[in-house]
Each structure stands twice: as structure tokens, then as C-alpha cells.
Design a protein around this ligand. Sequence first.
Ligand code: NAD
Length: 483
Amino acid sequence: MYDNLLANVPTDLWIGGKWRKSSDNSRFDVIDPATERKIASVANATVEDAKAALDAADAAFEGWAKRKPRERGEILRKCYELIMRDAERFAKLITLENGKALPDSRGEVAYAAEFFRWYAEEAVRNLGSISTAPASGARIVAQHKPAGIAVLVTPWNFPAAMATRKIGPALAAGCPVILKPASDTPLTMLALMPVLEEAGVPAGVVNVIPSRSSGKVVGHMLHDPRVRVVSFTGSTEVGRKLLHEAADNILKPAMELGGNAPFIVFDDADIDAAIDGAMIAKMRNMGEACTAANRFYVHEKVHDEFAKKLTDKMKSLKMGNGLDEGVNLGPLVNKDGRDKVIELVDDAVKKGAKVLAGGKLPEGPGFFYPATVLTNVSDDSKMLNEEIFGPVASIQTFTSEDEAIKRANDTEYGLVAYLYTKDLSRGMRVSEKLDFGMIGLNRGLVSDPAAPFGGTKQSGLGREGAHEGMMEFMETQYVSVSW
Ligand code: NAD
């Protein structure tokens, strides 16, 4: 079954519309996290290869930027259609290299494709402005131009969507890109390249260079004067490093970094709706999402009901190979990811947490971790300050609105917060006091190509999706005119 899936998946570098080996012929392995079996060996880009990708992107820039916005939009629309035509193939490939269960992968493919459809529509909405300067009477003509070559660096947790969320707006804006996908999951993006070519994306406009030497390869590109944008999704630690490097060349940075999302359930919430939302906010992608609910704060009056219902739902999940029908909990992406979850749960349990579900490792092979619910989690538990990135719900209680807000905001991160209440005025009041870039109010999912996705504080800079996402790849030029 796997071999069929992998038969036509490219494993070389995609540079200037051609497949190439790496300059030193080195390769690295990709592992199926459900079986720990090697599934592919992928070309490992070097600095020489990065130079070739820069040359290809540079050669493609002028032609792509000059294409009429409608033409760029139509090519993007075609990308959307062709991805949806091949949706099941992409979903299986994502499951194979990332581990997530097929329903999650199917959701990701639809979400990933939607960035092409949305930006097909935005490509023709590059609006400028004209006004009269109050003092001089000159005309102020402001317009937005493509910024230049964009270097894109993406994580393994959404191998398709984290990349299309950058490629779609960059192409709509008129910028060529060089993508360095995560080394755990390079196959999905490589498999996408023939599809983009079929849709009409010209050679050199999108280049993909997987590499195990990411520091060197990305570092080289960020110091090339032709590069003008760096768009990164990943950990805050690596984002900070790239921001330092971006400073040398004064690049436009877009940084989608880590999160530590609170999920607040007030005593007037619809508890069943809150459970449905909690399952999405916690369990989409087995908890391996920057938006994953990391800390549940439940009003003490409804704590027992919430904990019981969440435990029942978590116990009902079927863990197994994500490719098998009926499975909705796949393995974590790799051993390090699972070891981190084990360490955080052990720490919480040592500090007094009570295990209501899960918590015990299954027999191997595969990097599986069961759906786990913890209550009585003490304030000094590490999992309250670090991303769990696994299927573990940690529940604490609160008694007043002010206390819930204070504790929710008590983190260096500011990506997303969730809250459930039937009182909409409370919902809006609390939302405004929460220091997060995104709020799920009676919703466990905020990701939407039409919405500005992004965080405050250590969770990042800039926004992806919506019109704002395209502006990350544009420079504003203003012409002062007398006529
Ligand atoms: P990571 O930071 O380890 O890696 C992300 C990417 O950066 C990978 O492609 C990696 O190869 C590359 N990289 C690593 N070191 C580098 C360096 N020195 N120079 C250049 N590139 C380098 O993150 P990860 O483990 O792949 O992903 C998980 C993290 O991503 C979590 O913190 C999660 O919250 C975050 N994330 C954020 C968002 C968001 O939109 N805010 C979305 C998904 C994931």
C-alpha cells in the first residue's frame, strides 16, 4: 500500500522548474512515524544549491511580477482546483510522513488548497490610494509593489498548509519564492511541484530545497541582497535566530511562532458545545498545533461535568496507523516529540496531577501517545509554560472572571485563546482583555484563509491569510506628484 503511494513522489530538489540532485549528492531519510520505517531518501540541499535556487528565483522575478494580476489569479485558482482533484493522494502522503490520521490530513489538504483560492481572489485586489497633501497640495499616489524574492521556512506539523499559506500570497503579490520545508516532512511540498507546474506556475517562481543543514542554507539566502522577505513558521527559538539574521539585510520578516493557548470555560457556557470545541482545539493534529489548547481553565462549578465529558470523548478516540480507516489518533511526528510529551506528563503527575485518561505508553513500533486528560495540575507544572505538542489536556479551575483573564494572560506567548460563555457581552469583554492575536469565542477553531492569522508577544510578527497576508510580500511606494 505504501509503495504505491510513494511510487511517483519526487525526492530531489525543485529548482528553476527542474529536478536536481544536491551539489554534493547527499541525501537524508524520511521516516513513517507509525511504523518507524524509512519511506524515502530526499536530496539534501547545500549552500551551492541555495545559490542555484536564488539565481532561478531572480531570473523568474521580473516576468512573474509583470504578469497581469488576473493572470496570476487564474493560475492560483487552477492550483486550488488541481490540489482538490488530487486531494486524497495528498492527504495520504501527509499521513505517511507526518503521522496524523487521515481525517486530519483531509482537513489539512482542503485548508491548504483554500489559500490558493483565496489569494486567486486577492491578486486582483491590490488597491493603492490617491490623496492631496494638506500643506503642499501635491498629490500623494501610493501603490504596492512585489517586494522581491521571499525565503519561506516551514514546520512539519502542517506540511501542506503552512507552506501554501505563504506561497499563495507571495505569488498573488508577484514574488518568487524559495521554500525550505521541515526535514521530517519534505515529501508533500515536493509532490506539489508538478501540480503547480501543471497549473501554469512558471519555472523558478516556486523552488523547494529540503535540507538538513537548514542553518547554513537559510542563513546564506538571508544574506543575499536579492532576497527581500523572510517568512517563517516554527518555534520561537528558531524565529528569534532568523530575526537576528534578517536584521543584517533589513528583510521584511513574517514570523508565525509558538503558542500556549488557554481555553476558558465559564459557568454559563454550553458545556456540550465547549466539549466539541475542546476536542478540536486540543486534538486537531494530535495536539501538534501552535493553536492547540495547552491550558484548560474551567469554572469550578462546571469542572466535574466538563472533566467527565472530556474524558469520555478522549477515551472514545481510536489510536493507530493514521492510514487505517476509523483511526482518529495517529502517532506523534518523531521520538523527540513523544519524549517531550512523556517528560511533561511525568512532571505534572509528580507534582500532583490526577490522570483521568491515557498517560500510559502503548507497545511499539511507532511514536504513539494516547489521548490523555489530567486534572489537579499544579501551577508549577512545566506543561503550563511550554507547548505540550501532544494529545494531553491539562485542566485547572478558576472562580472569577478576573482570575481567568489574569491566568490566561500569564504567558510569554500570545497566539490564540479560546473561551466559552453564553453571555456574548462577557465574551467580547473578556476577548478584549486577552492579550492574544486571535480569539475563538464559542469556537475551537480559528484558522481560516480569509482571516488574519498571527500572534502577539513571543508568538510572532505579521499576519498570514486575509488581505494582510498578501501585504507581507509587498512594499509600498508613494509618488509625490504635481500636475
Ligand atoms: P522548528 O523551529 O524547529 O523548525 C521550523 C523550521 O525551521 C524547519 O523547517 C526547520 O528545519 C527550520 N530550522 C530549524 N533551525 C533552523 C535554523 N537555525 N535556521 C533556519 N531554519 C531552521 O519548529 P518545528 O519543530 O518544525 O515546528 C513546531 C513549532 O512551530 C512549534 O513551536 C509551533 O508552535 C510552531 N508553529 C507555529 C505556527 C504559527 O502559525 N504560529 C504554525 C505551526 C507551527
